[in-house]
Design a binder for this molecule. Structure first.
Ligand code: ZN
Length: 258
């Protein structure tokens, strides 16, 4: 019941009831502020909580007793760090998922090809990853998603089915654009904060503390110290009995269309 499609009509219903009561002077018009403030607060909070699936369903981890985890890397391809990260993942025989920015792919096609050839999954992370993307209307978001999928398909020959919204923020316009493109949203339940925290050890400790069976872990392949972090995280998680699987396997969803 706690979904946008149910809350929205409820909000308009509350506005109507209060307006009618105020018109007949049963209550003051002042009361109309309550549902308005509540509604917009709720919208703001829910847009930042991708795991609630308020606007659109998102896979953010699997409820399981099996000790499996999936690694994801956002914001690439990065000319400097992505190749180093790929070398490390190859050495560790780990297949991850890379949510790439369309605008960056245009100058890093070789890296994108290598991500695919190394057996990793490539997902869509919008074309621009603009700071104000959460305020974009549906049409502009349609373009962001379609343009990126088209670029990825032109390089690797496959069209992504997985989408990750920048900053994990979802909005009604994003939900409509995702429905239009028929993509699946992949979130996370372990956020490393690797772009904010420059201390590799602290990032690694946070990830190790938060990781549980079925987790989807969010890293960025733009983080200069990403391999330093992984060198602390991967062996320890393996010591704890965890196995790394792809998001495709964990979510039981197809990573590409058709
Ligand atoms: Zn991002």
């Amino acid at each position: 019941m706690f979904k946008y499609r149910y809350i929205r009509p409820l909000y308009y219903f509350a506005l109507c009831i209060i307006s009618v009561l105020a018109y007949f002077k049963v209550i003051s018009f002042f009361y109309i502020l309550f549902p308005i403030v509540l509604y917009f607060t709720l919208m703001a909070v829910c847009s930042a909580k991708i795991e609630w699936g308020f606007f659109v369903e998102a896979f953010c981890g699997k409820a399981t007793n099996e000790k499996v985890l999936a690694l994801t890397f956002d914001d690439g391809p990065d000319k400097e760090t992505t190749p180093i990260l790929l070398d490390y993942l190859k050495q560790e025989q780990i297949k991850a998922c890379f949510f790439c920015i369309g605008d960056k792919i245009e100058s890093s096609e070789k890296i994108l090809k290598r991500i695919n050839e190394d057996g990793h999954i490539i997902g869509n992370h919008t074309f621009s990853h603009a700071n104000l993307i959460d305020f974009y209307p549906e049409k502009k978001l349609d373009l962001e998603l379609n343009k990126t999928n088209k670029i990825i398909k032109s390089v690797i020959g496959k069209e992504p089915n997985f989408f990750r919204p920048p900053y994990g923020v979802t909005t009604p316009a994003f939900a409509r654009a995702i429905t239009n493109t028929k993509m699946k949203v992949i979130g996370w339940n372990v956020r490393s904060f690797d772009t904010i925290n420059k201390e590799s050890k602290e990032v690694a400790e946070r990830v190790l503390k938060k990781s549980i069976a079925g987790s989807v872990i969010l890293f960025h392949d733009t983080t200069p110290h990403i391999v330093d972090i992984l060198r602390m995280v991967i062996p320890e998680l393996r010591n704890r009995g965890f196995k790394f699987v792809s998001v495709e396997e964990l979510a039981n969803l197809k990573a590409y269309k058709n």
